[in-house]
Design a binder for this molecule. Structure first.
Ligand SMILES: NC(=O)c1ccc[n+]([C@@H]2O[C@H](COP(=O)([O-])OP(=O)(O)OC[C@H]3O[C@@H](n4cnc5c(N)ncnc54)[C@H](O)[C@@H]3O)[C@@H](O)[C@H]2O)c1
Length: 444
């Protein structure tokens, strides 16, 4: 780690003051800037400007040791190695993010850079800790610096929780640094080396987006638990016991399972059980908007996929790979691939389908009957081998993950592929790899 990195922190609110005091306690020299005289005075006097457990002690120790200072003026920024911008990004009336504090902070930093004595060997790193929408660093922050200024913009979102912010700094749930310049993001990651935490080094826009994805996920988790709890109460079940037991499943429930963008869900259980739960809740006069929205959300996702396939040139022959509701089964109940095919047939598209587990000459019982009696129009589109469909098609639509050997064959065909299995609704050439290993989120 570089000893005594000189860091400026712009904005000394919950995020900025905690960041400044904690970085100073790791041995860095931190200079805090805020337009609020009260906050600056409090820090100079060794006091935290608001209540946050453990913060007062850190501010006192580090100001006394000379590692933490504060000012209402950004004059000393020109002497620092890294500037961390922690200003507020409050909601505007329409819900959009207000960037006026950020724009002003950027222009103040830019104004100070003209005062740098000589060009630095390394660029000044400007890290955005404020929560900003993807593209803000590229479209708002970077253009704020004159061309030719040696500035490297990185996104370094904050994940602390008020009330445990100091502990969260020293034991972060996630440490994300994004940017185009590898040396810059590694330098920011180096600040945290004493914590022994692995930093996630990603692109600028990914770093910005992770913050929104995380906060949305937390909001959805809380709403989910509250809705399940409310339903439990109505039906005389202990909601805490239900959720605690649900959390004991670390394979499917509390795990990365079902957390990749992919195709719509289907199958014999998820749609049926969601419908039953929502129906029963409605009969109890219980509104559960999050759970009620899961099926419409899935239908909307399927519609996006169908629209993407319909966007393919009308005269082209479309080969759909995967028909069952997920790979390695021949179960067709509520398969989104069936719904996709029905739409394509209805629009008069020239389409065929292949599924390694569904060959009319090989399947039997209820699934064969289902094809022959309920969806004979789809049964007629089935091809019996991958080679056959690759030979016939102009475009492939991949709705299921295929075995490695089949993926190689698809790639070798050089056909353009729409990889719905990856949640990607843009066509890619098979030459560049039609699909990664994402799984179809259609589960039993
Ligand atoms: N509070 C949280 O728990 C939390 C957690 C993670 C991320 N965030 C995000 O971090 C950002 C900051 O949040 P916060 O809660 O610390 O905000 P805050 O309102 O508490 O603090 C922002 C500070 O920036 C100062 N400021 C504004 N413009 C300035 C300028 N040009 N120069 C100097 N100082 C300036 C303000 O005076 C204020 O003290 C927001 O984008 C927020 O969404 C907040």
């Amino acid at each position: 780690m570089e000893k005594q990195t000189h860091i400026a922190v712009i904005g000394l609110g919950y995020v900025g003051c905690v960041t400044a005091a904690c970085l100073a306690s790791l041995g860095h020299r931190v200079f805090g800037v805020d337009r609020d005289e009260h906050k600056v005075r409090e820090i100079r006097n060794g006091r935290a400007p608001f209540y946050e457990p453990g913060l007062e002690e850190l501010v006192r120790e580090n100001t006394a040791a000379g590692r933490l200072s504060a000012s209402t003026s950004a004059d000393a920024i020109g002497e620092t190695d890294i500037v961390l911008v922690c200003v507020g990004t409050p909601s505007e009336k329409n819900g959009n993010l207000g960037l006026h504090q950020l724009r002003r902070a950027v222009s103040e930093i830019a104004a100070q850079l003209g005062g740098r004595a000589k060009p630095l060997a390394k660029p000044l790193i400007v890290g955005i800790r404020s929560t900003v929408f993807p593209g803000t660093c590229e479209e708002v922050v970077a253009p704020g610096f004159a061309a030719g200024t040696a500035v490297s913009v990185v996104s370094h979102p904050e994940f602390l929780r008020e009330g445990s912010a100091v502990r969260d700094f020293f034991e972060p749930s996630l440490l994300v640094i994004g940017g185009a310049d590898r040396a810059s993001i590694e330098r920011v990651a180096g600040l945290y080396q004493p914590l022994g935490v692995k930093a996630s080094l990603v692109s600028l826009r990914t770093a910005e987006m992770i913050k929104y994805a995380s906060n949305s996920f937390h909001a959805v988790k809380i709403s989910f638990a509250n809705e399940i709890g409310a339903l439990c109460e109505e039906v005389g079940v202990d909601g805490h016991e239900v959720m605690a037991t649900l959390c004991e499943d670390v394979k499917l429930n509390i795990s990365p399972a079902y957390l990749k963008p992919g195709f719509a869900f289907g199958g014999s259980c998820l749609p049926k059980d969601l419908r039953a739960l929502v129906y029963r809740a409605a009969r109890l006069d219980l509104s559960l908007p999050l759970l009620e929205s899961a099926m419409p959300s899935n239908e909307r996702h399927l519609k996006r996929a169908i629209d993407a396939v319909l966007d393919l040139p009308a005269a082209q022959r479309i080969g759909v790979i995967g028909l069952a509701f997920k790979e390695d089964t021949d179960d067709l109940r509520e398969s989104p691939a069936v719904m996709l095919l029905e739409q394509l047939i209805g629009k008069g598209r020239d389409v065929k389908v292949f599924d390694p587990r569904i060959r009319l000459d090989a399947i039997y019982g209820s699934n064969r009957n289902f094809i022959v009696e309920t969806v004979p129009h789809i049964g007629r589109l089935l091809t019996s081998s991958l080679e056959q469909i690759l030979e016939w098609a102009d475009h492939l639509v991949l709705v299921q993950k295929q075995a490695a050997e089949a993926m190689e064959q698809i790639q070798a065909s050089r056909l353009p592929v729409l990889g719905l299995v990856n949640g990607s609704f843009r066509e890619a050439s098979a030459r560049s790899g039609p699909s990664g290993p994402a799984v179809l989120r259609a589960v039993n």
